[in-house]
Design a protein around this ligand. Structure first.
Ligand code: ATP
Ligand code: MG
Length: 250
């Protein structure tokens, strides 16, 4: 494959493009996923390609919520599978979450390809292929989930989720953790915990916080979640974009 020198000024963004391209070739990422990637790259550039302190606080709140959950589920789409397969499997392992493939444009082939890809990266059980559950308020193809996966979850991690589906999941009473680089998008705006950061940085960061909170008490974890302010986190990200020096990574 293509080797990108580590010291290249746009190393992270080139690596990301390369992984998404490979994902499309492997049949795990959709063409829509390529467009989503372009949007994400623009926002990451505006944010300076770094984890803001507010995004780090969100990652810590997410880790606390996942550690306190009865039935956490990590929803995996074609971009997440292409970009952070190993990191996703690792986070699910550390917090005891189920992995569920959940696609906006659901096809059996892509569902299977993503499940295989996650297994190649260490996943044991991958949910999503049964599709015997439904998120209320969405047309059938968009609302299909596993009844014993996202259907039964109390806390869900939904990176790069569509706005309608994010709203329906929140309306279904799930505590929603959204990872999305656009602080103005509806998905992070409906989340209990919006992490405005690149999944490449955010997923391992949530894992690091989850490890750090391994011995925290239930009361300590609850306090971390309660002290987190989603509106303040979204505002901080917007401010960083508006006041940014646009010199990120170049
Ligand atoms: P809606 O308001 O319905 O959510 P949208 O314009 O946000 O519409 P999406 O399909 O949700 O459309 O767009 C993809 C989202 O994924 C964008 O907000 C983009 O910033 C985000 N995104 C893309 N790549 C990444 C990434 N690597 N990490 C985090 N977020 C990403
Ligand atoms: Mg969106």
């Amino acid at each position: 494959g293509t080797e990108i020198p580590e010291d290249h000024p746009r190393h992270a963004s080139l690596l990301t493009r390369h992984r998404i391209e490979a994902g499309v070739e492997k049949g795990i990422t959709s063409k829509q996923g390529l467009i989503a990637q372009g949007r994400g790259e623009a926002f990451d550039y505006l944010l300076g390609e770094r984890t803001l302190p507010s995004a780090d606080a969100a990652a810590r709140a997410a880790a606390a919520a996942l550690r306190s959950a009865e039935h956490p589920v990590f929803s995996v789409n074609g971009n997440v599978a292409a970009l952070v397969p190993e990191e996703t499997v690792e986070l699910a392992d550390v917090v005891g979450a189920d992995l569920e493939v959940n696609l906006f444009n659901r096809t059996d082939e892509r569902m299977e390809a993503i499940a295989d890809h996650l297994r190649e990266h260490g996943a044991e059980e991958v949910k999503g292929l049964t599709g015997d559950g439904e998120i209320p308020g969405l047309e059938h193809a968009r609302g299909t989930v596993d009844a014993d996966g996202i259907g039964a979850a109390d806390v869900v991690v939904v990176p790069l989720e569509d706005g309608d589906r994010a709203e329906a999941l929140a309306a279904a009473g799930k505590t929603e953790i959204v990872i999305d680089l656009n602080p103005g998008s509806r998905s992070p705006r409906t989340a209990a915990i919006p992490i405005v950061d690149n999944v490449l940085r955010a997923v391992p960061n949530v894992t690091a916080h989850a490890r750090d909170l391994a011995d925290a008490t239930a009361a300590e974890r609850r306090a971390i979640v309660e002290e987190f302010d989603p509106d303040a986190a979204l505002e901080a990200a917007e401010r960083a974009i508006r006041e940014g020096s646009f010199d990120g990574g170049s």
